[in-house]
Design a protein around this ligand. Structure first.
Ligand SMILES: Nc1nc2c(ncn2[C@@H]2O[C@H](COP(=O)(O)OP(=O)(O)OP(=O)(O)O)[C@@H](O)[C@H]2O)c(=O)[nH]1
Ligand SMILES: [Mg+2]
Length: 295
C-alpha cells in the first residue's frame, strides 16, 4: 500500500492574483470569498483536501501589502507571515504577465523566511493569447528567486489544478491526516455567514466602502432545519450607512438575499438572515474594535 502523506501548504501572493479562487478550485467548494477588488481576503482560511493517499491543508491568505498604514492592513500582513510558520510547501501565486513591485514585496518576505519547498503558480493563463509569452515571464521571475516547481494554471477554468494538487501531494511528508477525512475547513459556520455577507457587500459597493466595512454575527441559532442569523454590518462613517442600506433598503435586501442563497448551499439548510448597519468610527485603526471583529 502507498504511504499516506499529509501536510500544510500556504498560498501567498500580492492582492487580487486569484489565491482564494485557487483554494476554492483545489478543494471543489467555495469557502473563501472572491471579488475583482484587491484586499478581499482578511483572514487565513484552511481548506482541507483529502484523498485515499493524502491530506493537504491549504492555507489561503490575504494579499500582501506594501507598508500598510492602518492596523487592519498590518494585521492582514501578519496573517501572511503567520501562514509561513511550519508549512511544508509555499505556493507563490502570481498573475501571468503582470509582475510588479507588489510581487517583489512578496519575494522579500519569502527571502526572509525559511521555507522547505517553494512553487511558483502562474495564474490566469486563460487571459494569455500566446502561451510562449509565458516563457519570458517565467525567466524574468526566476531571476528574482529560485523555485522547486513552476506551474501555470487557470484557477477559474480549472486548468492545471489537478497537476498542481498531485505535485503538492507528492512532496508532503509521510504522516497521518491532521483532520477527520470529511472535514473541509477549520472555520466555523458563523465565520462563513459573516464572510459571505461581506463578499456580497464588496461586490455591490464602490469606492472605499468595501475597505471600511466589517461584519459580525450577533446571533447564530441552528434549530434543525432552519438557521436564524442576525448580522451586523459595521461602517466607519455616518454617511456610509445610507449607501449600504440603499434606497428603500434595496441594497441591504439584495445583499441579504444573495448571501442567504450561498449560505443555504453551504449548510444545506434554510437560512433566515437579518442584517443591521451600525457605525464604528475608525474601527480599522482600533485594536479593540479589530479584536471584536475577529482579529
Ligand atoms: N481570468 C481569470 N481570472 C481569475 C482567475 N483566478 C481568479 N480570477 C479573478 O481574479 C479576481 C481576484 O480573485 P481572488 O481569488 O479574489 O484573488 P485573491 O488573490 O484571493 O485576492 P485578495 O484576497 O484580495 O488578495 C476575481 O475577479 C477572480 O474571478 C483565473 O484563473 N483567470
Ligand atoms: Mg483572497
Amino acid at each position: 500500500m502507498k504511504e499516506f502523506r499529509s501536510g500544510h501548504v500556504s498560498i501567498i501572493g500580492k492582492p487580487n492574483v486569484g489565491k482564494s479562487t485557487l483554494l476554492n478550485q483545489l478543494i471543489d467548494q467555495k469557502i473563501s470569498i472572491v471579488s475583482r477588488k484587491p484586499q478581499t481576503t482578511r483572514w487565513n482560511i484552511n481548506g482541507i483536501k483529502t484523498s485515499n493517499n493524502y491530506q493537504i491543508i491549504f492555507i489561503d491568505t490575504p494579499g500582501l501589502q506594501i507598508n500598510p498604514k492602518f492596523t487592519l492592513n498590518r494585521y492582514m500582513n501578519k496573517e501572511v507571515s503567520n501562514s509561513l510558520i511550519f508549512v511544508d510547501i509555499v505556493l507563490f501565486v502570481v498573475e501571468a504577465l503582470n509582475w510588479n513591485d507588489l510581487d517583489v514585496n512578496v519575494v522579500k518576505l519569502l527571502k526572509n523566511t525559511k521555507t522547505t519547498k517553494l512553487f511558483l503558480v502562474l495564474n490566469k493563463i486563460d487571459k494569455i493569447p500566446k502561451k510562449n509569452q509565458l516563457l519570458s515571464d517565467i525567466n524574468a521571475i526566476s531571476k528574482e528567486i529560485e523555485f522547486d516547481e513552476i506551474i501555470p494554471v487557470s484557477a477559474i477554468k480549472d486548468t492545471g489544478i489537478k497537476r498542481l494538487e498531485e505535485l503538492v501531494a507528492s512532496c508532503l511528508p509521510v504522516s497521518q491526516p491532521f483532520y477527520p477525512i470529511e472535514q473541509i475547513t477549520d472555520r466555523s459556520e458563523r465565520f462563513f455567514a459573516a464572510e459571505y455577507i461581506r463578499e456580497k457587500l464588496i461586490i455591490r459597493l464602490n469606492d472605499e466602502i468595501p475597505y471600511q466595512l466589517s461584519v459580525t454575527i450577533e446571533e447564530f441559532n441552528d434549530t434543525g432545519n432552519l438557521i436564524h442569523i442576525n448580522a451586523c454590518i459595521w461602517v466607519e462613517k455616518q454617511g456610509q450607512k445610507p449607501i449600504v442600506i440603499g434606497k428603500n433598503g434595496e441594497v441591504l435586501k439584495e445583499v441579504g438575499r444573495l448571501a442567504r442563497l450561498d449560505l443555504e448551499k453551504l449548510y444545506d439548510k434554510k437560512v433566515n438572515l437579518k442584517t443591521w448597519v451600525k457605525v464604528k468610527s475608525k474601527w480599522s485603526n482600533s485594536k479593540t474594535a479589530l479584536k471584536k471583529f475577529g482579529f
